[in-house]
Design a protein around this ligand. Structure first.
Ligand code: NDP
Length: 333
């Protein structure tokens, strides 16, 4: 019997005239037959990520925009159910980029086997996958904190931020998170072990950051931008390092200005943006360390899991509004 594949395509670009969720359409088509060299994967989880918002716009960026009418791109984990590729066997657990769909056909490019007995399969989309590796590279290669220094991170309860803080803590730093809401801040300190967490939604971010960082900030991992970045710039120490990972506060509209540029000059700061895919040599090193730490129980993680392919757009828009704690996933199987 022919199986049906349900997939979300980008049907229209974001505009003020319609809500973001109306950009997507759910399609149905038969699961294709395999050609030589191909594998068929049943996707078990798909990832929704903030970067997808940028790809929905047809603007110049570090990556091509998502094509209209094509399946929404994105990371997936799943299991090979048929293989005509000698590199993969039926039953292999794999991580790839099959996008927002239930099934995927691949020639194996960009797809890798993972050990789903050591740590759960879903973790390869979060703590031990792209977001975890982003945290590892931004912290260890751009911020390079020393024991005793203070590291601050925004979106601290999220997939990237929660890993940044735990890695910095393991390096002997004082770690301060910034997150939205009391429950998120409780998670950040009690579950992820940060020294302090500031609820930016409660107001008084500047004063709270000053109180939480009595020695100033030596390393700042930025996921948000706008007023959060301004507050961090105000507290930076001389020769501090800022890794600009994301600017999510401005993804859904006009970019939000930053005012305290003077701090870069007077504190001789090093501020560097980075894109995780541009460090391919570091991926295996980072991933091996993250898998080891998760398996040992020394690196904790949280997942917010939406159920079923139909939930992908709402899970994505909820993520952009801060509805997630830890990695936002969609469970398909
Ligand atoms: P998260 O799991 O952190 O989820 C996004 C979080 O952003 C929300 O939960 C919300 O947390 C916060 N947020 C949303 N809107 C705002 C706002 N207006 N002001 C402040 N916070 C806001 O996502 P990820 O961990 O996947 O990604 C974190 C950042 O890292 C993003 O900016 C993303 O684009 C970037 N990134 C960059 C990569 C790179 O290669 N440079 C790779 C991967 C991610 P809260 O409720 O606390 O506000």
């Amino acid at each position: 019997m022919t199986q049906t594949n349900r997939a979300w395509i980008l049907a229209r670009r974001p505009a003020a005239s319609h809500p973001l969720e109306a950009c997507f359409e759910l399609t149905e088509s038969p699961v294709p037959e395999l050609s030589d060299g191909e594998v068929l994967v049943r996707n078990h989880f798909l990832s929704v990520d903030p970067y997808m918002r940028g790809r929905m716009d047809d603007v110049k960026s570090y990556a091509e925009p998502q094509a209209l009418g094509a399946v929404m791109q994105g990371g997936t984990v799943g299991v090979v159910v048929r293989s005509r590729n000698p590199r993969f066997a039926e039953g292999d657990a794999v991580v790839g980029r099959m996008g927002w769909q239930e099934w995927g056909v691949s020639d194996g490019t960009g797809m890798g086997r993972v050990d789903a007995h050591r740590i759960p399969l879903s973790a390869y989309l979060g703590v031990a996958g792209m977001p975890g590796i982003t945290a590892w590279i931004g912290l260890k290669h751009l911020i390079e904190p020393k024991p005793g220094q203070t590291v601050a991170v925004s979106a601290a309860s999220g997939a990237v931020g929660s890993v940044v803080g735990q890695l910095a803590k393991a390096m002997g730093c004082r770690v301060v998170g910034i997150a939205g809401g009391a429950e998120k801040c409780r998670m950040v300190t009690q579950e992820f072990g940060f020294d302090a967490c500031i609820d930016y939604k409660a107001g008084g971010l500047d004063a709270a950051l000053k109180a939480a960082c009595p020695q100033g900030i030596d390393g700042y991992f930025e996921n948000v931008g706008g007023p959060t970045l301004d507050a961090a710039l105000r507290r930076m120490n001389a020769f501090g390092r800022i890794a600009v990972c994301g600017l999510i506060a401005g993804y859904n509209g006009e970019p939000i200005p930053v005012n305290n540029i003077r701090s870069i000059l007077v504190n001789r700061l090093r501020m560097q943006g980075f894109i995780v895919t541009e460090f391919p040599k570091l991926w295996p090193v980072a991933q091996a360390e993250l898998v080891e730490a998760v398996a040992a129980g020394s690196l904790r993680y949280h997942e917010t899991v939406a159920q079923g392919i139909a939930a992908a757009p709402s899970a994505f828009t909820a993520l952009l509004r801060g509805g997630n704690i830890g990695k936002q996933l969609v469970k398909l199987v």
